[in-house]
Design a protein around this ligand. Structure first.
Ligand code: SF4
Ligand code: FES
Length: 247
């Protein structure tokens, strides 16, 4: 495949970015999107140019690092996949592909396509944990009955990989799908009840402090989420927050 790439290049957080055009040839439809980017970077390095900075780690859809906007969509045109699992066969020979970083006030650009998503880490630090007695008298988790529905729904929420596509897609840069998933995975289980009220309040407070916007129910986050996290998690988070204030 022969393609034209238009990629956001930005030296650092202070500098002004610009879309830069790169023609690229001999791309196999079986390559992943990141392998195509590797080919481009090899060519740029051989020419003495600086490679395009982009985040990646597992390349298996589980770490949430490979965040970029491709032709105006977080993680590109495929559904329920991350950029590292997107294949070039989703594009046509001769296509022009626009590649940009995730854009949100709370995700400042570090360089090119790399953004700082440590705001998510701080939200997790505020409440994304449970306290467990590790004295040696810990109750066997298998002895605590949990309904199949609750176990499955908690597991679905726990599949959020913290990629930030929900924020980048939302016109308000809201992080409520992410925080809703992180609150839900504990709210549905008995182990999450001890700190439930503090958890939801602290995580929502931190979310607001970081500068994420509010949810206006457009549903764009659910559409672009590579893990299919449901809007039900936002509703559950709102219920948990209300419960924490009145009980
Ligand atoms: S809710 Fe989905 S889009 Fe948002 S961070 Fe989690 S996996 Fe990514
Ligand atoms: S590189 Fe880990 S999810 Fe894509």
């Amino acid at each position: 495949m022969r393609l034209t790439l238009k990629i956001w290049r930005q030296e650092n957080a202070q500098s002004k970015g610009v879309m830069t055009t790169y023609p690229i040839d001999n791309i196999s439809p079986d390559m992943s999107f990141l392998e195509m980017m590797d080919v481009l970077n090899k060519e740029l390095i051989e020419k003495g140019d600086s490679p395009v900075a982009f985040d990646h780690d597992c390349r298996e859809g589980i770490c949430g690092m490979c965040s970029m906007f491709i032709n105006g969509e977080a993680h590109g045109p495929d559904r329920n996949v991350t950029t590292c699992q997107l294949h070039m066969r989703k594009f046509k020979d001769g296509d022009t592909i626009h590649i940009e970083p995730f854009r949100a006030k709370a995700f400042p650009v570090i360089r090119d396509l790399v953004v700082d998503r440590s705001a998510f880490d701080r939200i997790q630090h505020a409440g994304g944990f449970i306290s467990v007695n590790t004295s040696g008298n810990t109750q066997d988790a298998n002895s605590i009955p949990i309904s199949k529905y609750d176990a499955d729904t908690a597991m679905d929420a726990a599949t959020c990989i913290g990629c930030g596509a929900c924020v980048a897609t939302c016109k308000n840069s809201s992080a409520m799908l992410f925080v809703g998933a992180k609150v839900s995975q504990f709210a549905l289980l008995p182990q999450g009840q001890v700190e439930a009220a503090d958890r939801v309040q602290n995580m929502v407070d931190q979310m607001d402090l970081e500068g994420f916007g509010n949810c206006t129910n457009t549903g764009a986050c659910e559409v672009e989420c590579p893990k299919g996290i449901s809007l039900d998690n936002i509703a559950r988070m709102n219920r948990e927050l209300l419960k924490s204030k009145v009980l």
